[in-house]
Ligand binder design. Structure first.
Ligand SMILES: Cc1cc2nc3c(=O)[nH]c(=O)nc-3n(C[C@H](O)[C@H](O)[C@H](O)COP(=O)(O)O)c2cc1C
Length: 388
């Protein structure tokens, strides 16, 4: 039995167990993958200050995100096609998150539907919305999230048009996979994934198929998604969606202080400093490098969360100490899910929790609210000095 000590271990098992096209789908950034790489490597430019002889008993990572209690300030990010990484993947990930006491965010582009996840869980989850041209469909989707008692709407702002990920085109990514000779050859080495998938509740997009006229299977769906995202999305539309929703709103995909100020104006309850895990604008700053200027612009007026590049509890600690009040993991939980289903997501959360808790202690801090920039050694030019 393999001893799993870190997120990288889960990734290795994940790579062995899941069909290549879904591994590649997760493990890609757009174009040259510069931003994808720097999201993780930039964390290494920040150092932690080791402190000693500080009483480290009675520690806790408990905190709050948008007023909700969390066992650690780490939510599961919305990840499309999670149910292709593992049969009923969204249900399994949501259950693991619920048991761990952290929020789960369901993607619009999930395989399990809003209703499937609501039925399988008791804690309210968050729903991530992609805005579509079909406003009736968006209204119905919002209503379904309300009916499912979702406790926050996460509106993603950085994907009105798709950043190109070369491997998805080369692999002919689809859900379920199209049976080409090379896919069949690869699937034959992933028998366990295949057997579980045969018993899955769904194998295509649960929030869409059956809810949009004329979409009955995945053949129409690829074309539908390419055509259907709303390229005219602007701040007025964001404000209107917020009003229709009427509950807590988190705006995802903010990477610039000016946009953070706009998010504040429309009354967001939180923003997520994010570049979509390096999957959209290649050449954009890593999230951790963009964080300080956004905190400076709006940090005292709105909750600032961060995702993209988190692979360890030390990364979480750095983001929180820099001033984020919450973080999200995308790939880190997908690796666990693909490796070992629900138990793998739990394992990913346990690994991150232990790393966060121990590293906090070694920095001489016992609680999340004791974390501040004095825990960090940040290079003077970390944010970069850019020409006006
Ligand atoms: C495979 C994959 C699918 C994703 N699908 C969505 C999605 O449907 N909606 C969304 O808002 N973000 C999506 N994201 C972005 C994540 O929510 C998150 O921003 C990103 O994964 C964070 O970076 P990390 O993977 O390095 O943690 C996706 C990311 C990945 C890796």
């Amino acid at each position: 039995m393999t001893v799993i000590t870190c997120i990288e271990d889960l990734k290795r098992i994940y790579e062995r167990r899941v069909p290549r096209m879904f591994f590649d789908y997760a493990e890609s950034g757009s174009w040259t993958e510069q931003t994808f790489r720097e999201n993780t490597s930039d964390f290494e430019d920040i150092y932690l200050r080791q402190r000693v002889a500080v009483d480290m008993s009675g520690r806790s990572t408990a905190s709050q995100m948008i007023g909700q209690n969390v066992s650690m300030p780490v939510a599961l990010a919305p990840v499309g096609l999670t149910g292709m990484q593992c049969a009923d993947g969204e249900i399994k990930a949501a259950r693991a998150a619920e048991k761990f006491g952290v929020p789960f965010t369901l993607s619009t582009m999930s395989i399990n539907s809003i209703e499937d996840v609501a039925e399988a869980t008791t804690a309210p989850f968050w729903f991530q919305l992609y805005t579509m041209r079909d406003t009736d469909y968006v209204s119905r989707l919002i209503q379904r999230a309300k009916d499912a008692k979702c406790s926050a709407l996460v509106i993603t702002l950085d994907l009105q048009i798709l950043g190109q990920r070369h491997k998805d085109l080369k692999n002919g990514l689809s859900a379920p996979p199209k049976l080409t000779p090379s896919t069949i050859a690869n699937l034959m080495t992933k028998w366990r994934w295949g057997i579980e998938m045969l018993g899955a509740k769904r194998r295509n997009f649960g929030n869409i198929v059956g809810h949009v006229d004329g979409i009955s299977d995945s053949k129409d769906l690829g074309a539908w998604t390419a055509e259907s995202f709303d390229p005219t999305l602007d701040w007025d539309k964001v404000a209107k969606i917020k009003e229709d929703w009427g509950g807590k709103v988190i705006l995802k995909g903010i990477l610039d202080a000016e946009d953070a100020k706009m998010a504040l104006k429309v009354g967001a309850d939180a923003i997520i400093v994010s570049n979509h895990g390096g999957r959209q604008l290649d050449g954009a700053l890593s999230s951790i490098r963009a964080l300080p200027s956004i905190l400076e612009a709006v940090g005292d007026q709105v909750e600032v969360h961060l995702d993209s590049g988190i692979r360890s509890g030390q990364d979480i600690l750095k983001a929180l100490a820099m001033g984020a009040s919450g973080t999200y993991i995308g790939r880190a939980f997908v690796y666990g899910l693909g490796a070992m289903g629900e138990a793998g997501v739990t394992k990913a959360l346990e690994v991150l929790h232990k790393e966060l808790d121990t590293s906090m202690a070694l920095c001489g801090r016992r609680r999340i609210d004791e974390l501040g920039r004095d825990v960090l050694l940040i290079p003077e030019d970390f944010e970069g000095r850019w020409q006006a």
